[in-house]
Structure formats: C-alpha cells, structure tokens
Design a protein around this ligand. Sequence first.
Ligand code: FAD
Ligand code: NAD
Length: 396
Amino acid sequence: MSTPKILILGAGYGGLLTTLQLQKKLNYNEADVTLVNKHTYHYLTTWLHEPAAGTAPADHARVDLDGIIDKSKINFVKGVVERIQPAEQTVTLQDQRVLSYDYLVIALGSEPETFGIEGLKEHAFSIRSINAVREIREHIEYMFAKYKNEPERTDYLTIVIGGAGFTGIEFSGEVADRIPELCKEFDVDPSLVKVYNIEAAPTALPGFDKELVDYAVDVLTRKGIEFRINTPIKQCKPDGVVLATGEEIKAGTVVWTGGVRGNSIVEKSGFEVMRGRVKVDEYLRAPGYENVFVVGDCALVFNEQGRPYPPTAQIAVQEGENCGDNLVALIRKEKMTPFVPNLQGTLASLGKGEGIGIVGQKKVFGPTAALLKKGSDLRYLYKIGGLGLALKKVRL
Ligand code: FAD
Ligand code: NAD
C-alpha cells in the first residue's frame, strides 16, 4: 500500500498541535504529512487584543513556522484554502492548486459572527488576524491625527467596542491602557476620549462568575471604559453605531467583539454545520466522513449536559493533540482514543498587571490572575517551541 497522505488545513492552535504531534510520533515514511496555512507564521490569537490596541507590537504575537516545524518530516504549503471536496478527497487552494488526501484535518479557525446586523461587516473592525489588528491600531492612531486637524470632530476620539464577552473585555483593558499614551503622543485632552463597551446581555461576560464579572467591570470602569449593558447594537454606520434603544453613538472606530462562528469554507464545502461549526463524533470526525477530522473553532463538541464547549485555544490545543494521536493510531491500525476535554479553567486579562480567572475551583483576581495568564502563555510557547521560544516571547 502507498504511504498514506495526511493533509492539515490551518496552522492555528488546533492545526499546529496536530502537526507537532505527528512530527513527534510518526516514524519516517509512515505517512506523508502536509500542512497548509495562509501565512508562513503561526499567530497567538489569544494575544491579538494587545497589538489591536497598540500595547504590543504585532510581531510579538507571531511565531515563524520555520522555527518549529521540521521540514524533513512535514511538507509546508503556503496557500489559501478555497474549498474542500470531501467526496473526491481533495482540497482546492485560491491559486487553483489541488491537494489530495487520505486523511484530512480541518483547523481553519473562526470568523466574526455578525448576526446579520446591518453595516457591521462593512464598517466595523474585528480582532481576527495579525493583518486585521495592524489595521485597528493604525486606524485608531489615524483618528487621533485626524482630530488634530478637525478639532470640532471629537467623535473621532470615540471608540465603540461591540460585545462584552472575553474578547471585548480583554480589548477594553488594553485600549484603556493605551489611551494615556495616545493622548500624550497626539496632544489630545484625555477628557475628550470616550471608550464604550456595549453589551446586549443583562451582564458583561454572560455566564461567568458574578464576583469576577463585577471585579472586571469595576476595574475597567475605573480605567475609563463606559459600559452599556443590556443594550444591543442594532446597526453600524460609517460614523458609529445605532443601539436598540434608538440612541446613536458617533464614533471614529467601531470594533466588533460580538462573537464568532466557524470558518465559512467548511459550510461552503457541504459539511453540516451549526454556526459554522461541525458537530463532530467522539474522535473529532465529521459525520459521514471517517477520514475527515475537525479541530478548534470549526468543531462543535458537547459536554455531558449536552451544552457546547465554547471555542477556546485551550480546547483547540487538546483537540489537536488528540487528533494527532488518533491519526498515528489509524495508520498503525491501532485503537483510537475518544476526545475528552480536560479544562484547566479560564484566565482573562484586564490590561497590564490586571486580570480575573478561575483555576480549578479557585477564583483569582488582579496581579495574581495576570501572572497566572502569563504562566499559561509561557507553557503554550514551551510546548510548541521549547524554552528558546518561551524566553524570546516572555513580556512581564
Ligand atoms: P486559529 O488559532 O484562529 O487558527 C486558524 C488558522 O487557520 C490560522 O493560522 C489562519 O491563518 C489559518 N487559516 C484561516 N483561513 C485559512 C484559509 N482559507 N486558508 C489557509 N489558512 C487559513 N482562548 C483561550 O483558550 N484562552 C484565551 O486567553 C483566549 N484569548 C483570546 C483572545 C482574543 C483576542 C481572541 C480573538 C480569542 C481568544 N481565545 C482564547 C480564543 C482562541 O483564540 C480560539 O479559540 C483559537 O484561536 C482557536 O484555534 P483554531 O486552531 O481553531 O484557530
Ligand atoms: P462571545 O460570544 O463569548 O461574546 C460575545 C458577546 O457579544 C456576548 O456577550 C454577546 O452577548 C455580545 N453581543 C452579541 N450581539 C450583540 C449586539 N448586537 N450588541 C451588543 N453585544 C452583543 O465572543 P468572544 O468574546 O469573541 O469570544 C469568542 C470565544 O473565544 C469564546 O469561546 C471565548 O470564551 C473565547 N475567548 C476566551 C478568552 C479567554 O479565555 N481569556 C479571551 C477571548 C476569547
């Protein structure tokens, strides 16, 4: 029999960990492994709120794949996936190259969920990639520069953050930290700058522990963020947002952090999805396709109570490792292991040196939470690139 071909789409948390597991465990010539990714780098999506606000350079969240992938074991293809043809076992790239596979791993991440809200796709930014966050940072700076030339347009200095889930809360913390620096750089009176975090649900961070939510809202409010809770955004315009109450907030910058859905390529390729995510079996396979695995934000996994796990890097990493192990097992005609998440908790930053979280059963606040988050980031970097990478990226 010819060497089985494994094709992995996407080098984010899920795809990279699948690849690294195969790199570690497969013997030479046991399989022909190819990783396809849009860029020659992996990025830490979990850090993107920092470069988006400008509190860290975008490069900091990038890791060159060259440094972590062993090209003698893994073929790397820089390309943009356009479509998957599961019946033919092929994948077409944007440049019309066609790649074939025996086993496929879909790890293409997520896209912003706009719920059909008018104008959001056209006029709001979202925190989704290195290139997207470069644009947000530059745009905010441009708005400050523009205000200096049109001082009657104080709305240029208003930033609307749409959604107070974890992304909206973490981004609010970074923006609050950046504003004093921007005001100094552009000679702007800080009292003219407004940052709104607007949330549809009756609370910020819906579903999270109330004491921690109250702490986060209190810290961010003291840093100058104005929360509008229980207030859905119903329209986005080129110059701001309209709320369900009818109120209009004029703003030079609108960043949508109102949720995500699985990459639309999956649905376009004919897989059955819920909010763009494939309801996978216990081995993370797409229904009807025993050779197609789905990991990360494109996969939908339910807990014992029948509720979906939220799409997180933590789960994507564990899914990638499980998928890599199961591919090795399949190739060796051994038994696969069902995927069982091992959730360690949740940690979120609220800007420099501030955070909240639950680790095991314990609630953590302030600098302790911020430090634990740094620790968990370092553990991830160590996992993918060893001590060298962890030390290179550490920022305290
Ligand atoms: P991703 O990591 O997004 O990777 C997808 C990869 O696919 C990327 O490399 C992309 O370039 C590539 N790709 C996409 N489309 C194509 C295409 N058409 N062709 C080729 N390549 C393509 N989760 C946590 O657990 N903890 C956190 O602290 C945390 N913080 C977050 C902070 C922010 C600001 C955000 C936005 C999210 C955060 N998350 C966090 C969620 C977490 O980042 C995601 O759940 C995680 O990135 C999902 O991993 P993934 O592998 O599915 O996708
Ligand atoms: P989310 O779905 O968790 O939060 C989106 C928020 O936007 C919700 O609170 C929702 O009520 C609100 N919203 C929706 N429509 C709205 C409207 N019309 N107007 C105003 N508000 C509206 O999305 P997210 O925050 O982008 O997170 C995506 C995933 O990534 C989640 O699974 C999250 O847990 C994970 N994440 C984790 C961390 C962390 O662990 N530190 C950080 C960021 C993201």
